[in-house]
Design a protein around this ligand. Sequence first.
Ligand code: HSE
Length: 439
Amino acid sequence: MASEGVKLGLIGLGTVGTGVVQLLTQNGDTIARKLGRPLALTRVASRSVHAKPHPPLENAQLSSDPWSVVHDPDIDLVVELIGGIEPARSLTLEALRRGKDVVTANKALLAQHGAEIFAAAEAHGAHIGFEASVAGGIPIIRTLREGLAGDRNRALFGIVNGTCNYILTTMSEHAEEFATVLARAQAQGLAEADPSFDIDGIDAAHKLTLLAMLAFGVRVSFESVYVEGIRHVSQTDILFAREFGYGIKLLAIAKEEDDTLEVRVHPTMIPRSSLLAGVGDAYNAIFVQGEALGSSLYFGRGAGSLPTATAVVADMIDTARQRGTIRGSGVPPLGMPWHELRAIRLRPIDEITSEYYLRFMALDRPGVLARIAGILGDHDISIASVIQRGRSEGDETVPLVLRTHAAKERNLKAALCLVDELPIVQGKSVSIRIEENLG
Ligand code: HSE
């Protein structure tokens, strides 16, 4: 039976790879019925393949050398689940050059080397599936590429990093500071030992690069995505946000306006009544605004062995189906050929317009609010509301919290530089962007 099937070569037997083997084992019969032939796991390469007990792989040849998969002429489909840039990039390119299809969960690779990899897939008439690279089990790639293909998207807002969402949800629900929650998440294996990719927003920016290309049919380079992580989010700001009716989420945002695109990842205050604000713990969600459809929301598990494996196996099935058609005639990975993607101007962060939450630690003296408001006014920044607490015994300063109307980021930065130099203000001001229109 295996010889009639599509021959798979799996590279990487970590969390997701193990889930893939489990799903292929459990659902193999159903998959074969859907496809008309089985998916046959023929080769598996993993650094630890000989060192640790592995899931049922009785029909596969095992190796610790990933090149043994790519060099095997019998392998139809290479599944790359090792992550990182090298050797994943070279393995993927070589597999495509040899006319093999590739399924990958590697968002860093596609976000940073997508031009080279998608071009290689096109040149060699090979298919590349990457559903698992963004938001784990949520079929958002296929949704943007196929389900929403007839619409023109205007904006996309994603909670696409489960680690950050878990930390921010826990900080908000248990009134704990960032460092405490992170340390516990690491001890429980919920956050990586080196969490910087997640908490500094880089993982979300990789995912946003891919989402923006798909949603808007444009070329986006990872380097042009503005990135700010969640290390500076404090309990104080979470509590004030709540008073204004907001929660804080790490959002990946892409918006097209006036033939320019904004692509940014940063902590964002959003109305507590919005659907995205209700996305808690490590869940992911992507909210899309289309001209014809209006708003739609896609929610689910963004990581984990079996949830992510569902996306990998769906791509295997899809890719295997496309092998039955004329090579290169299937659905292009980004919904259109690479040369059809528009080269759009990406708006630098200084040029965006947003509403802002601002917090200053100021002396509690007459004229302080007027002084700060004066500097903001001089920069065309209009105040929408203010909260000021009384001073407790021993406090030198009090938090002065403002919400602004829409203002230009460049003006805000200039104003905050001046405010931060005032002797009546202590430390650096805090600013967090607000997004109101989230359904
Ligand atoms: N580390 C990611 C997250 C999952 O926390 O969402 C893999 O992309």
